[in-house]
Design a protein. Structure first.
Length: 270
């Protein structure tokens, strides 16, 4: 844990003062080439000072990260804050990005850790390092509730108008495994679901827990789910070994203490 003399709840502090948004229209100017800030090797001081870290996420991926009444909330938010509480690092704030710009923001030194339901894969490992996995997920296909298109497998998606969030596993599946799709890419899944409800696209390929969240709140339903074996990890710069190891220890501590189950119950009811 952090210093026991710290009497103010860091999570309350972050929710009051630490969440900052970056508008998409001004995003290019925000990702200046700041380097990785690690002149001395493994110390995480790219976005903040020594032992202070800034996290980056991509709202619109409920229930992992979303804006609710002007507040950044979700499973990833609570989980990372709990993990960092188990380390000697201090999480001083959050920055919001489009999902497919998070790795650039990390490597430019704008943030120090990515907490955005990011799937661990070889392509991303060429650019960043990942912690141990903290969540496992499969992929689902969303369609209009009661609509005429009810696919049962990926073959049924051939030639259909499909949507996914840019840079996600869902996008990769459409591009690699669906024959001749009419594909639409979206900045986040909220826009894709709106288009699906309005009939502009026929289906969305999306992570299962996020699909279940939209199914509960919107006029969409899961047509089918298929196993991918994907796992989410926290992303750090490739040379930031100290931070990665500390976060791994924090992930393990949160799981062992039972706090992980509490956070999971809050956001997924499981």
């Amino acid at each position: 844990m952090t210093d026991e003399t710290e009497t103010f709840d860091r999570r309350s502090y972050l929710k009051l003062t630490g969440v900052t948004g970056i508008a998409a229209t001004g995003f290019a100017g925000c990702l200046e080439d700041a380097g990785n800030g690690n002149d001395e090797g493994d110390q995480s001081d790219g976005a903040s000072g020594e032992n202070e870290i800034i996290a980056g996420t991509a709202p619109g991926f409920q229930p992992f990260e979303m804006n609710r009444d002007g507040e950044l909330v979700g499973f990833d938010i609570d989980h990372l804050e709990a993990v960092v509480d188990e380390t000697d690092y201090e999480l001083t704030g959050w920055e919001e990005f489009e999902f497919d710009t998070l790795i650039q923001a990390l490597n430019n030194g704008n943030i120090d850790v990515i907490a955005a339901a990011m799937t661990i894969n070889d392509e991303r490992r060429e650019q960043i390092a990942f912690t141990d996995p903290y969540y496992s997920a499969n992929q689902s296909v969303l369609v209009q509730t009661g609509g005429g298109f009810q696919p049962s497998d990926l073959d049924d998606l051939a030639g259909r108008t499909l949507g996914a969030q840019s840079g996600t596993t869902g996008e990769g599946i459409i591009e690699d495994e669906v024959e001749d799709p009419d594909y639409q890419s979206y900045e986040n899944y909220v826009y894709a679901v709106q288009e699906l409800e309005q009939g502009r696209i026929e289906a969305i390929v999306i992570d299962q827990p996020v699909a279940e969240s939209f199914e509960a709140d919107r006029e969409v339903e899961i047509a089918f789910t298929f196993e991918t074996g994907e796992e989410y990890g926290l992303g750090v710069r490739q040379d930031d070994d100290d931070l990665r190891e500390a976060l791994n220890e924090g992930i393990a501590a949160v799981q062992e203490s039972g706090e992980y189950e509490e956070i999971t119950q809050e956001w997924f009811g499981e």
